[in-house]
Design a protein around this ligand. Structure first.
Ligand SMILES: [Zn+2]
Length: 418
């Protein structure tokens, strides 16, 4: 084969990666489909697909649709080309999973001690849990990468947390590198709201949408932005961090970031727990005072009290929803999403939150941005943080820049079908 210029080689790699993307997303499942969609010659397609099959990334998965005559063989991503470790770190626990190359969770477990502990011991536990999961039948495919979601801002590229509020021992910690070293593979780290958004976009209720804002309401608050079908991470990875936007709270509260009246102090899980304790302590909620009897109240207790008809709890949840709405209205004006998805454990209080978030956003955003806007709750059973972590890894490994390294780096060095 003749040597080719770097530019031609890069173009050729982009082309092969694009064919793989069409197969991965089920937009094309035969060589004939690929030829129709791309306009490339059948010989060119056959050579590139042959190389993908030789690399083990694509498999022929039985007969495809026939347009008369012999049915062509159906092409599919080989889910067993490799295994990916996906990690979703919470405050007091972490979820660890192993997925196939399609981002499907094959096994998962929960570890005690999330980011409330120090980085090294937390990652030791993550690595131990991942190694246990990877034993047995899952060890039949090689581990090809790991992805981790962190509940705070993460600088990209590189995957280091930057000034995470209340988690200062994680500030600047080389998260991706340290995880990769422990697992003996390459690793990526990103903000968990970004990863949840990616999971929702590809496998959840945001599938098929082009412009989306996802808000994750857990102990803290994070948000992910999808613009024209692509996750928008911003210049350094900081896009979507709405937790510390100040709101006009009736009773200003100090925040773990050092300032006061941040959205998270009212509408985050920890803020709602604080509200529950206030209502119990001051006697404004008889139900919460009774629940409190000797234990620490949580945000979930506030929801339980609201379900029992406790007026103070209902009003507190409404106030939290309205503050979230005040923050989201300018976001909607700025980005004009078709869908705002509200995710995370706090959304167990959906009935008490969603109507008021909608009310405020529809009242405060412009007519054009709200004309076709849906504001919905995400599927709580989705595991989208883990799925998004895995898909981040898989997207990287199958990108035009990396695909030729799969699995040994030799087969893409020539341009097929020139
Ligand atoms: Zn703050």
């Amino acid at each position: 084969m003749p040597r080719q210029s770097e530019g031609a080689l890069a173009a050729s790699r982009r082309l092969t990666s694009a064919l793989l993307a069409l197969i991965r997303t089920n937009q094309a499942d035969t060589r004939a489909d690929l030829a129709v969609i791309t306009g490339l010659s059948r010989t060119n397609i056959a050579e590139r697909v042959g190389a993908l099959i030789d690399a083990g990334v694509v498999v022929e998965a039985g007969p495809g649709r026939s347009s008369g005559g012999r049915a062509p063989s159906r092409l599919a991503l080989n889910p067993d080309a490799g295994r990916v470790v996906a990690v979703d770190l919470g405050n007091r626990e972490g979820r660890v999973a192993v997925t196939d190359m399609d981002g499907r969770v094959l096994a998962r477990t929960v570890i005690e001690g999330g980011v409330a502990r120090d980085p090294d011991s937390t990652l030791d536990r993550v690595a131990e849990a991942a190694s246990t999961l990877l034993k047995g039948p899952l060890s039949e495919a090689p581990l090809v990468g790991a992805g981790l979601g962190f509940p705070g801002p993460v600088q990209l590229p590189g995957g280091r947390p930057v000034s995470p509020a209340g988690l200062l021992q994680w500030d600047g910690f080389p998260l991706a590198e340290a995880l990769g070293k422990r697992l003996g593979t390459e690793a990526w780290a990103d903000n968990e709201a970004n990863l949840t958004t990616l999971g929702e976009l590809r496998r959840g209720r945001a599938r098929g949408a082009q412009d989306v804002v996802l808000v994750k309401l857990g102990r803290g608050i994070g948000a992910g932005v999808v613009s024209r079908g692509t996750l928008h991470r911003g210049h350094l990875g900081g896009a979507g961090d709405i937790a510390h936007i100040p709101v006009a709270a009736e009773r200003p509260r100090s925040c773990s970031c050092g300032r006061t009246s941040c959205l998270v102090t009212i509408a985050g899980g920890s803020g709602l727990a604080r509200t529950a304790r206030d209502l119990a302590r001051t006697g404004r909620s008889a139900v919460l005072r009774e629940i409190a009897g000797g234990r620490d109240l949580t945000g979930a207790d506030l929801t339980d009290a609201a379900r029992e008809g406790d007026a103070a709890a209902v009003a507190a949840l409404r106030e939290a929803a309205e503050h979230l709405g005040h923050v989201l209205a300018p976001v909607v004006n700025m980005l004009n999403p078709e869908l705002v998805l509200l995710a995370g454990p706090v959304m167990a209080a959906e009935d008490f939150l969603l109507p008021f978030v909608r009310q405020v956003v529809y009242a405060e955003s412009t007519p054009l941005t709200t004309r076709a806007l849906r504001i919905e709750r995400s599927d709580p059973a989705g595991n989208f943080g883990l799925v998004g972590a895995a898909l981040t890894v898989i997207d990287e490994l199958l990108s035009p820049e990396r695909l030729h390294e799969w699995p040994s780096g030799s087969i893409w060095s020539t341009r097929p079908g020139s």
